[in-house]
Structures are given as C-alpha cells and as structure tokens.
Write a protein that binds this ligand. Structure first.
Ligand code: AKG
Length: 307
C-alpha cells in the first residue's frame, strides 16, 4: 500500500481484551513490588484526587530565581513557564542550545537500526529505545536531568521535590522504509499515569515538520476531562472521540527544527503521529512526585510500558 494511502483506522487503540490482558500483567507485577503504586493507578485518574494529593504533599522549598548557575536554559522564564504548564499542560520554547544538541547527536550512533516485524501480512519498521548505556549519551542526558532550570520547573509544577525517573531516546521511522507503519499505542491519543503528578521534557533531535511524525497534544486535557475516562481501563482514544469532547483548536501539533523542546504533563491526551517522509529522533526526560520503585526505567522491564 503506498504510504499516502495509509488508513488512519490502522492506528486505532488496541482491542479491549488485548488491552485488559497486557494491563493485568503489568499491573500485577507492579502491585507485588509496591502496593502503593496500585492505589495511585486506581485513584490518580480522578482530577479531584490529584488536586487533593497536590495540596497535601510535602511542598518543594526550592526558591525560584537562585542557584541557576550552570543551566543550559538561562533565558527561560520559570514563573511564566509554570503558569502556562498549569493552564495548558504544555509549554513550548524549552529549546536546546545548539552546542548541547551537537554533543547529543555526536553521542548517538548515526546508524539507524530498525527491526523488521511481520504481522497482519505486512512488514513494519520498529525501533527499540536507544541504549542510554553509551557513556557519552548518558553524560549528556544526566546533565539535562540535573539542570537547575529543568529541576526547578519540575519542582514548581509537581509542587514537591521532583524525582528524576528516567529518560528515553528513540527513533520513529518514516513510511519511506516500508509500505506501512506498525500501529503503536503511542500513535493514538492517550494519557500516561506514572504518578499523581508527572512532568516530561521532550527534545526533538531531528527537524520535525508535518511529515516527520510531529508530537500532538490536547491543550488543557489534564484538567478538563470526561468523568468516565477515570472509570475506563482504556487510556487511549480515537481522534473522533477526542474531537467529540475537545475543540479542534486545542489540538496542538508541535513542529520545529532539531533542538526544539517542550514540557508536557502526560496526563494530558497526546500522541506521536507516524512519520511519513522522514525519520524522527526524540529525547524524553521524566520527573515524578513519588518514587514507587516500579516506574523507573532503570529498575524494571515495564517502566515505560504504554497504556
Ligand atoms: O512519540 C511521541 O511523540 C509520543 C510519545 C508518547 O506518546 C509517550 O511517550 O507517551
């Protein structure tokens, strides 16, 4: 099938029973390790419970406007960014300086390794996350995860001392490699529940236009939600379901040159669109408010298991 004929129906959420089976496996494992995680997974879906946890947790005492020496984001307005994040669940403009982008790219293998999978009678190109064990890449990512501006933003947004819970770097391959793109849960609008409050920083490491898999995001969907979302085992929705409830103007497509960065609350609905013409390389750095010991990518195989 030519890339241009790819049907959006390929990208619908997983069937209910597959979803429930996969979820029970991951949930069972996490609950055995830390039952407090199950309490969060059940109750963290309710906006009023999230607000209550926010108000009752130990506040961060980190002052704004100090200790920013060594940051790579000296010009970022912390107050403005946190306000935008609280209102929209998203803030653009947290861009990597070109020197850091260059160092990151130098530490990432230029070879784009993808695995070919056969299913539904078609070939798909998929990639695993790039190994952060590469010491050069790890050093760059560590620097980002400890950046005083990013950690202050996380402290202010999460309302408590932020815990760095992991990073990922991955390629999304374009349809030019193969005729079809493997339907992945991240290609549907979904939300993620890593904690009552979580903040992610994303950085594009390649130029991203409409054709190269831009990230999409539903502005304000961290606070404005249908009540029944909290009771559904599905964390994913079709585009049609999203458009039934949210105004199309709230769907933000993030395009930008390599280095473009943004902060996002993953409780908002978001997705990665499948790249058409060009591959996309992206880095994600994640902070949470509580450490359950099960959602850290260093500790376990299900850490970044998707909804
Ligand atoms: O690849 C993307 O832009 C989306 C990633 C995503 O949905 C996620 O990490 O939860």
């Amino acid at each position: 099938m030519p890339a241009s004929e790819k049907q959006s129906s390929d990208l619908n959420p997983r069937p209910l029973w597959t979803e429930i089976g996969l979820r029970l496996l991951a949930y069972g494992w996490r609950t055995i390790i830390n039952p407090r995680w199950l309490v969060m997974a059940l109750f963290g879906r309710f906006v009023f419970i999230r607000s209550w946890v926010y108000l009752t947790q130990k506040p961060s005492t980190r002052p704004i406007g100090e200790h920013f020496s060594g940051t790579i984001f000296p010009d970022l307005d912390i107050n403005q960014t946190v306000e935008t994040l609280k209102a929209d669940g998203l803030c653009l403009g947290i861009n990597l300086p070109s020197s850091i982008l260059k160092k990151l790219l130098q530490s990432i293998p230029t070879e784009r390794t993808y695995k070919i999978e056969y299913s539904y009678g078609a070939q798909y190109a998929t990639s695993n996350n790039l190994a952060l064990e590469n010491p050069l890449l790890q050093a760059e990512v560590n620097q980002l995860s400890q950046d005083p501006v990013l950690t202050t933003l996380a402290a202010q947004y999460l309302g408590t001392v932020p815990i760095y819970s992991g990073s990922k770097v991955w390629w999304s391959f374009g349809l030019h490699h193969h005729a079809r793109v493997k339907p992945q849960p991240v290609h549907c609008f979904h939300y993620d529940l890593y904690d009552y409050h979580c903040l992610r920083f994303f950085f594009y490491l390649t130029d991203v236009d409409e054709q190269s898999g831009p990230h999409q995001f539903v502005k304000g969907s961290h606070s404005q939600r249908r009540f029944n979302y909290a009771f559904s085992p599905m964390k994913a929705c079709t585009d049609e379901e999203i458009l039934e409830y949210y105004d199309a103007r709230n769907i933000i497509t993030i395009v930008g040159s390599a280095g473009t960065g943004f902060a996002e609350d993953p409780f908002c609905f978001h997705k990665g669109t499948p790249p058409q013409q060009k591959d996309r390389l992206i880095l994600m750095v994640q902070f949470v408010a509580h450490d359950y010991g099960v959602l850290n990518d260093r500790d376990n195989p299900f850490a970044f298991y998707r909804p």
